[in-house]
Write a protein that binds this ligand. Structure first.
Ligand SMILES: Cc1ncc(COP(=O)(O)O)c(C=O)c1O
Length: 396
């Protein structure tokens, strides 16, 4: 195995920023306390999570009291859907390429009697607001539309959907897990009712996420127990992770413009080079607004999973648009929703850049990528390598 060369899979998860780790370490050693305890240890922990809440709120242009800490984006998305369809009745409208934490919960609800409408995106990776709104009925309880798609990076017309849903009295859930920390996320401007974010997508730790709830929005807790998080989410708060989340949010807010510019530069450099140097390449979603860091690239005539394995052996981490379970590579729902053929979907790889990537990494990657794509196209053992390792299901 070659030594690690570069990590281009930041939409799966990001390395913790050392400035984030520094504040977390304090709460993993010297400092400790249960924020519900009345003594000084508890009060210090309470202060730490309240200042983290203020930072997360600032990143979202929200009021701190509207931010509820949870353990993951998955939990936050589940919590909203389960709360609004507690009695398994009514109608739910989803985009056809929501993250599995929403999509699978939608299927769970559908199996119990909720009527679920799924609206596919158009060929450029964006859902038409009008298509979503056309599905809204008098018994619609929620419309769910992600801010940025995790596989394509395309930014969805959430503001327009929310504005029109507000007139219809239908609440909107916006999964902003991939968008936060990469583009501005403003709950007031978006006009949604529920919004979810997770720390590990922008250089914070795993184990800390947040649900923003508009004041007065309907909700029922998923977890029952103590009175933490204003009785909205029971369980002792994960203080070190929340403290890290707060720091990551503060840094993202401060550095957003600079990060966004640098990420777009890396992405554009990569895309220009891959289109110039490798034949038979299509970049998805270029006609749509996109996250600055995400590139979904289709290589004609290859299996991107085999490419992923070959690149990993050379030290480069990318991901595929395919979910690989039980040794069978199935096209992802997102790529299927784009109406790509199975072969086209199988040939799609995702590169997601991060703030620690450099132009030199992109430049040294290109010849390796060209070599491996060429080897796969000319049958140099690609299939054999692909069958030796089965990656875990990749849906981040
Ligand atoms: C768009 C989107 N929503 C939700 C999630 C789930 O977040 P988490 O990994 O915190 O459960 C992810 C990431 O995997 C994502 O990309």
């Amino acid at each position: 195995l070659a030594p690690s060369a570069a990590y281009f899979d930041h939409n799966a998860t990001t390395p913790v920023d050392p400035r984030v780790a520094e504040v977390m370490v304090e709460w993993l050693g010297v400092r400790h306390g249960n924020p519900s305890s009345a003594h000084r240890y508890g009060q210090a922990a309470r202060e730490a999570i309240e200042s983290a809440r203020a930072e997360v709120a600032r990143l979202l242009h929200a009021a701190p009291r509207e931010v509820v800490f949870m353990a993951s984006g998955t939990e936050a998305n589940n919590a909203v859907l389960r709360a609004l369809f507690e009695d398994f009745g009514g109608h739910l409208v989803l985009s056809g390429f929501e993250h599995p934490s929403i999509e699978t919960t939608g299927s769970f609800l559908a199996a119990r009697g909720v009527d679920v409408a799924r609206v596919p995106p158009g060929p450029h990776g964006c859902v038409e607001a009008g298509d979503l709104l056309a599905q809204v009925r008098p018994d619609t309880r929620l419309v769910a539309l992600m801010l940025a798609n995790n596989e394509l990076g395309t930014v969805q017309p959430v503001e327009e959907v929310a504005r029109r849903c507000r007139d219809l009295g239908v609440p909107v859930l916006c999964d902003a897990v991939q968008a936060a920390g990469k583009v501005a996320v403003d709950v007031v401007a978006l006009g949604v009712d529920y919004l979810t974010v997770g720390a590990h997508k922008f250089h914070g730790p795993l184990g800390a996420a947040a649900l923003w709830l508009r004041r007065g929005a309907r909700f029922a807790p998923l977890l029952l127990g103590g009175s933490q998080e204003s009785r909205v989410r029971a369980g002792t708060e994960n203080v070190p992770a929340i403290v890290g989340f707060g720091r990551a949010a503060a840094l993202a807010a401060e550095e957003l413009e600079d990060r966004s510019r640098r990420l777009a530069r890396l992405r554009d450099r990569f895309e220009a080079a891959v289109l110039r140097e490798i034949p038979g390449v299509v970049v998805h979603g270029v006609a749509s607004p996109r996250l600055p860091n995400t590139s979904s690239v289709r290589f004609a005539g290859i299996d991107a999973h085999a490419l992923l394995i070959r690149l990993d052996l050379r030290g480069y981490a990318v991901s595929t648009g395919a979910a690989c379970a039980s040794g069978v590579v199935e096209p992802s729902r997102t790529l299927a929703a784009l109406r790509l053929s199975a072969a086209e979907a199988r040939g799609t790889a995702r590169l997601s850049f991060g703030i620690t990537n450099t132009e030199a990494e992109v430049d040294s990657f290109l010849p390796v990528l060209a070599q491996e794509v060429g080897a796969l196209r000319h049958g140099a053992g690609g299939a054999a390598i692909a069958s030796t390792r089965v990656a875990a299901r990749s849906v981040a």
